[in-house]
Design a protein around this ligand. Structure first.
Ligand code: GTP
Ligand code: PEP
Length: 213
């Protein structure tokens, strides 16, 4: 039986987002890059067959508009940082009765089938580490189970220590979050989603864009 998940993506105000990525594109295009990555992540999540609904938790007006345009629901940022936003989206806005999965909004090479495959392997509370192995890109909780997110810093170890199961699989697009300019190059090599690729193409940073996922 295919389980249908409610996905949650938290998004920081774009003007304050992705500070470690600053300098990868001209400063006046930086918020656009952060938004393009959110758009590509959200579009791939919404295209996943096992996702029934996407909830974007943000106070950013442009991110709210983009999320709605894609067909996502929007919830306000409760304040208190990343984990508070994830907890609010998953356990309160979506509700404990749902199958819930949170993803970071910086996965522009995500492919829907990689997310479907990862979600199909979830039993209990579970997570997917990022490409570096230290951070987390996805945390899932089954009905009745609080999400208990521990993102920020070396969160893969924190999630494992909290009893979440580590999901194994060949999901390069899912794992490749973008924190630095080197991550952006990795995403281009994997095939960035349409919004991110178009922006980077316009800046002369890549010669071609594959069709969006
Ligand atoms: N709603 C909400 N989302 C957040 C908050 N802090 C981070 N996020 C989001 O959480 C996800 C993962 O965060 P990070 O990869 O650390 O992104 P970041 O904080 O923009 O990046 P740095 O400034 O480089 O640390 C991204 O989708 C962020 O937009 C917050 O306080 N509220
Ligand atoms: C917030 C996190 O991501 P990053 O370190 O990639 O910003 C995390 O992995 O917990």
């Amino acid at each position: 039986m295919v389980r249908i998940w409610t996905a949650v993506i938290p998004v920081k105000r774009l003007g304050a987002a992705k500070t470690r990525l600053r300098g990868a594109v001209p400063a006046d295009r930086h918020p656009e890059l952060a938004l393009a990555m959110v758009r590509d992540t959200a579009a791939a999540v919404l295209a996943a067959g096992s996702v029934g609904e996407l909830l974007v938790v943000t106070d950013d007006p442009l991110a709210r508009a983009a999320a709605r345009e894609l067909g996502a629901r929007v919830a306000p940022d409760p304040g208190g940082g990343l984990n508070a936003a994830m907890r609010f989206g998953a356990d309160e806005a979506a509700g404990l009765a749902a199958y819930r999965v949170v993803l970071t909004g910086d996965l522009p090479a995500l492919r829907p089938e990689q997310l479907d495959e990862a979600l199909a392997r979830v039993s209990g509370r579970a997570f997917v580490p990022d490409a570096a192995g230290t951070g987390t890109v996805l945390l899932a909780a089954p009905p009745g189970r609080p999400l208990d997110p521990r993102f920020g810093g070396p969160s893969a170890a924190a999630h494992a220590d909290s009893g979440a199961a580590l999901l194994h699989g060949d999901w390069p697009g899912l794992r490749q979050d973008v924190d630095t300019a080197a991550d952006l190059a990795a995403v281009l090599a994997l095939g960035a989603g349409g919004h991110t690729c178009a922006l980077l193409h316009g800046l002369g940073m890549t010669t071609e864009c594959a069709p969006a996922a």
